[in-house]
Ligand binder design. Structure first.
Ligand SMILES: [Zn+2]
Length: 192
């Protein structure tokens, strides 16, 4: 049986325990340039109803790849230990690719923001990333925050981007309806 992990991790990175003892992370061994591919996730795709019954470890190492679909690593590899940060240096390219969104120095931990992939409440936690931009609690609804939509433009998973586009379309339609409604309101008082 092959022991090859289902994910790919660039040879410029390695997984190791974090200095603060809060589990594993992936760290750069060489300078990584903005736009470089750092990892590709792999595994088995589960639908939400089956996924929520998997062991906690499986659920914490997975990535949401579509509405109600989750990619669970089988077998787990180094590339599956990418953590969340509210000030990430990596973002998604497609559903399973991870690219540097800025230059990454040697020794830096490579993280992405789970808002780029998550739209469901399967991995919500109090964030301890310690970044000035830390939002405190990470939830499955964070992709709806306008400031994150702006900051991570181009780095959301396609299924999240579709939701963002639909949300914007709805907002535009609402604003247009409001403008039309105003236009047809009589400027004259109804009763003298
Ligand atoms: Zn944070």
């Amino acid at each position: 049986m092959s022991k090859q992990p289902s994910s790919y991790l660039s040879s410029k990175l390695e997984a190791r325990p974090k200095a603060n003892g809060s589990g594993n992370g992936i760290f750069s061994l060489e300078l990584i340039r903005k736009g470089e591919l750092v990892a590709v996730f792999g595994g088995v795709v589960y639908e939400w109803d089956a996924f929520i019954h998997l062991p906690e470890r499986d659920r914490s190492l997975c990535i949401q790849v579509e509405d109600r679909l989750f990619l669970v690593p089988r077998p787990i590899g180094e590339g599956d230990y990418v953590n969340h940060s509210c000030n990430p240096n990596a973002g998604l390219s497609g559903q399973i690719g991870l690219v540097a969104i800025r230059d990454i120095k040697v020794g830096e931990e490579v993280c992405f923001d789970y808002a780029m992939s998550d739209t469901m409440p399967y991995d919500e936690f109090e964030c301890g990333c310690g970044q000035p931009t830390c939002r405190g609690k990470v939830t499955g609804n964070d992709w709806q925050k306008p400031e994150l939509q702006k900051r991570y433009a181009g780095f959301f998973s396609p299924h999240v981007q579709r939701k963002i586009d639909a949300m914007r379309k709805e907002k535009r339609a609402f604003e247009q309806a409001m403008r039309m409604a105003k236009k047809f309101v009589s400027p004259m008082p109804l009763y003298e």
